[in-house]
Design a protein around this ligand. Structure first.
Ligand code: ADP
Length: 415
């Protein structure tokens, strides 16, 4: 059965009646079936909400725990349309839904965040332009269409130069550091320029000699309510988030407040709805610590996984509240320190490590208070398979506990 849709003459959509809404509780759809969609499910269960996921395949991480999970690609406009028609609100596991698909869904339901905000998390050049216009501190940057542009940028900003593809990158893919005109990385850079020739310039950035990386996580609802968690320190391993400490140790309280303010300003200025992660570099300039914004993510983010066990409201619950324009939850930490360590797939999978489940015997016996989260994924080198969280009073102890559990599950230690 189909029915006409208000606001889009001539468009038809499946009648959403087959989807039950006991008690009038809304159905939230998540495009993309990765671990972020998966981790929204416990929060949805607790709130009594129904989740649906548009999954890349029948057995991806979120499809294992959310049903129904129709299979459809994020670039398939018809699949997105059918999915959106069955949901009261749609949100995302990733940022890779093209504008056409976002528009098609917005004709049928509430899409959070909307296209106008999301483009800043999809396109790093658009993001740099907008943040610069808002007066947000960023690394020096320029659009570059070829080698000559990079060399001209380097003449001004100095080597090394960080070259980035504006779209499609994640976990460090699409990020290249060029040390100088003779760097071997130019083979990749030249290939990127050829690949992007018809689509527009790439992004060049100064190579920031940062003291460390931080992240500010905030949430904003369509009616403008906003909430912020404590600023965290993040450590990447080969471009992939590996360890997060909440709050960031030894962070100047003034700088933390300034960074939180920047994140809230970005959320408001860009009209972000849901969770926004602002990844930044902490730098020392002229004897003072400052922050430069690196990246934005408009969805729950790896830097916020610690909130599941470590905060009054997890980022996944907060995201759902924000998407539905419900009042936001408290963001205080439950303990003085929380450390989250990712379980990354080992470089070489030994037979002993094939069965991650068996590691539970040791990890759980070793530390009854450590919390383990695995994502139901096949092992591949460097892949995010899960994470562990520990919290408590003493940072060194908490960190050691989280590191031990993650390293044991990942097969990096075996005592
Ligand atoms: P992705 O979108 O793939 O996560 P990012 O732009 O966040 O890519 O870059 C990944 C990592 O590369 C960052 O976390 C940081 O460690 C490093 N990096 C990125 N840009 C710069 C820069 N301008 N200067 C120094 N390091 C950088």
């Amino acid at each position: 059965m189909t029915s006409a849709t208000a606001g889009s003459p001539g468009t038809t959509r499946p009648d959403p009646a087959p989807y039950q809404r006991p008690g009038g509780f809304p159905v939230v759809g998540v495009v993309g079936g990765g671990q972020l969609a998966r981790m929204m499910q416990p929060a949805a269960v607790a709130l009594g909400l129904r989740l649906r996921v548009l999954a890349e395949g029948p057995d991806v991480s979120a499809a294992q725990v959310i049903t129904p999970a129709p299979v459809g690609a994020a670039g398939d406009v018809e699949a997105l349309r059918a999915f959106a028609a069955a949901c009261d609100a749609v949100t995302f596991d990733h940022e890779h839904v093209p504008a056409e698909g976002l528009r098609a869904m917005a004709e049928l339901t509430s899409v959070q965040p909307g296209e106008a905000a999301l483009v800043h998390a999809q396109d790093k050049l658009v993001m740099r332009e907008r943040l610069s216009a808002l007066g947000v501190p960023c690394p020096r940057w320029a659009p570059v269409a070829g080698r000559a542009d990079v060399e001209a940028f380097a003449a001004d900003a100095g080597w090394p130069v960080v070259l980035k593809t504006p779209r499609g990158g994640y976990d460090g893919k699409g990020v290249l550091v060029l040390d100088g005109p003779d760097d071997t990385g130019w083979a990749t850079a030249d290939a990127w320029f050829a690949d992007w020739a018809g689509r527009g310039p790439l992004l060049a950035e100064e190579h920031v000699a940062f003291v460390r990386e931080l992240a500010a996580l905030v949430a904003r609802s369509p009616s403008g309510q906003a909430a912020a968690w404590p600023v965290v320190e993040t450590v990447q391993r080969r471009g992939v988030c590996h360890e997060v400490t909440a709050p960031a140790p030894d962070l100047d309280p003034g700088l933390a407040a300034q960074l939180t303010d920047v994140a809230l300003r970005i959320a408001g200025g860009l009209g972000v709805t849901g969770v926004l992660a602002v990844e930044v570099f902490e730098v020392e300039r002229g004897g003072r610590r400052e922050v430069l914004v690196n990246e934005l993510a408009m969805r729950p983010h790896n830097s916020g996984h610690w909130t599941i066990d470590g905060s009054v409201t997890s980022q996944f619950e907060q995201h759902l509240r924000a998407v539905l324009d419900l009042p936001l939850g408290g963001t205080a930490a439950r303990a003085p320190w929380t450390v989250m360590v990712n379980v990354l797939g080992p470089d070489a999978v030994e037979p002993r490590h094939e069965d991650l489940y068996r590691s539970y015997l040791h990890v759980m016996a070793h530390d009854p208070d450590v919390k383990v989260h695995l994502y139901g994924k096949e092992q591949r080198p460097g892949r995010k398979l899960g994470h562990v969280t520990a919290y408590g009073e003493d940072l060194d102890t908490v960190r050691a506990r989280a590191r031990h559990a993650a390293a044991f599950i990942a097969g990096e230690i075996d005592e």
